[in-house]
Design a protein around this ligand. Structure first.
Ligand code: NDP
Length: 228
């Protein structure tokens, strides 16, 4: 299986690369700056030619175009993992530019990468697109407020996923919004209850179980359906 993972130099993205590589996938890892991705590039040795590292800034349309043009098909699984969490993100100190940047990276860029890779996804005949969302993107689950830019961007990503589920049906491409839980990464912090390997193992297991009738849905890393 050929897998594309964005934001692959650290955190959940890097662990996705590790676990996909271990199970025998051919992995195309997109990172902003390969020269600063030593942990990722260190995995190339021992990957038997199955790990390819590409320059990819998902927020830069020219970078996404160049990445797509250089990517061989088919792509069986696209994981739109790259994301940012704006801080501070509370009502008292909102920053408009930061809000816009968060929206661009977390929502617009995932859609842009998906559209750019449609030829490779179509070529797979039954590809899956996984958008890394968050429980904080659930409107139904928002019981304490705050996290404006992050919540808004992930809610928008969820809506994009829902539409992709409809629009890509005829191409046989399935789309899912997945929440990894609260995970120990730079973004999640050390107090997060879920280890990154546990979250990623769960995400990959859920992805392999999801079926056409689940497309456009929102699931957590244990497979539970999350309310919008
Ligand atoms: P990290 O902050 O640890 O890593 C974020 C990754 O995204 C980095 O590799 C970063 O690259 C990359 N990235 C950011 N902007 C861009 C860009 N413009 N182009 C390419 N890559 C970019 O986050 P996590 O690993 O924790 O999160 C991964 C995903 O999971 C995100 O979408 C996040 O929102 C989501 N998530 C995480 C949770 C958690 O608890 N950790 C909870 C819920 C959702 P660089 O090093 O260049 O900045």
């Amino acid at each position: 299986m050929n897998v594309v993972i964005t934001g692959a130099n650290r955190g959940i993205g890097l662990e996705l690369v590790r676990q996909c590589r271990s199970r025998g996938d051919v992995v195309h890892a997109g990172v902003r700056a390969p020269v600063h991705a030593a942990e990722l590039t260190g995995l190339i040795r021992g990957a038997g030619g199955r790990l390819h590292v590409h320059t990819l800034d998902v927020a830069d349309p020219a970078s996404v175009r160049a990445f797509a043009m250089g990517l061989p098909g088919p792509v069986h699984l696209l994981i739109n993992n790259a994301g940012v969490r704006s801080r501070p993100d509370e009502l008292s100190d909102l920053d408009g530019d930061d809000l816009t940047r968060t929206f661009q990276v977390n929502a617009v860029a995932a859609l842009r990468v998906t559209v750019a890779l449609l030829p490779q996804l179509r070529a797979a005949g039954g590809a899956k697109v996984a958008n890394l969302s968050s429980n904080l993107g659930s409107i139904a689950d928002n019981s304490w407020g705050g996290a404006y830019g992050y919540r808004m961007s992930k809610a928008a990503l969820n809506m994009a996923t829902r539409s992709l589920g409809h629009d890509l049906k005829e191409d046989g491409i399935l789309a899912f919004a997945l929440s990894p839980g609260w995970v120990q990464t730079d973004m999640g912090g050390s107090e997060a209850p879920t280890a990154v390997d546990t979250s990623v193992a769960g995400l990959l297991a859920v992805l392999s179980r999801l079926r056409p009738e689940d497309s456009g849905g929102f699931f957590d890393f244990e497979g539970k359906c999350i309310p919008w």
